[in-house]
Design a protein around this ligand. Structure first.
Ligand SMILES: CC(C)(COP(=O)(O)OP(=O)(O)OC[C@H]1O[C@@H](n2cnc3c(N)ncnc32)[C@H](O)[C@@H]1OP(=O)(O)O)[C@@H](O)C(=O)NCCC(=O)NCCS
Length: 170
């Protein structure tokens, strides 16, 4: 898998999201694909899209965006999607680890994710290090943080990029 940075070829990347989330239903798959398209309009300084390509086809995608607040330079990972026929072969892990390494190199202090602790815990995310959430959480156990610098903390109020600034996503 070749890793490509940037939101180019967004139709192919949104297609990966739609297929990955299809088991959760058409509305959910469409909602997450729309989120990725909206994220693609984020200013480049506040966005890191990493996608995985094999034989000219998109097979995986991750997006990181800035969470503004007081203190730690903080980025959120959302969404993460791997094409159904490529899942459980390490592609998601490779993309997420590549994103963490890039953001660490770019001076990020704290990372956040809203998802299954059983999956994201393997990267070091946990609820104890989560920053304040930008909106009330429907699944508080899924809101997790990963400090890249000891003691990194973000004080509220916090604000995500516009694509994620929708209470219905939280
Ligand atoms: C979740 C997802 C991103 C993981 O990517 P992946 O490339 O398939 O996962 P990796 O190969 O890196 O890691 C595999 C490990 O992660 C865990 N894992 C993977 N998919 C999982 C799932 N759907 N539920 C729970 N654990 C999962 C398992 O422990 C697995 O290890 P195993 O195969 O030894 O049991 C991918 O399966 C996906 O796109 N799923 C649909 C969309 C989605 O749920 N996205 C995340 C939203 S928070």
């Amino acid at each position: 898998m070749e890793i490509v940075a940037g939101p180019q070829r967004i139709d192919a990347l949104a297609g990966v999201v739609e297929r990955a989330f299809a088991p959760e239903g058409v509305p959910e798959a469409a909602r997450v694909a729309r989120l990725l398209r909206e994220l693609a309009a984020t200013p480049p300084k506040d966005l890191l899209v990493l996608s995985g390509w094999a034989e000219g086809a998109a097979v995986a995608v991750t997006a990181w965006s800035r969470l503004q607040g007081a203190g730690a330079a903080t980025w959120i990972l959302s969404p993460v999607a791997v094409a159904p026929d490529r899942q459980r072969s390490g592609l998601g892990t490779r993309l997420i680890e590549a994103g963490i390494a890039r953001l660490r190199g770019a001076g990020a202090d704290l990372l956040a994710v809203y998802g299954d602790p059983a999956y994201y815990g393997r990267f070091g995310f946990d609820a104890a290090h989560a920053p304040p959430a930008p909106h009330p959480l429907g699944m508080p156990f899924g809101w997790q943080g990963l400090p890249l610098v000891p003691g990194a903390a973000l004080a509220g109020p916090v604000r995500p990029v516009p694509a994620l600034d929708d209470p219905a996503l939280w």
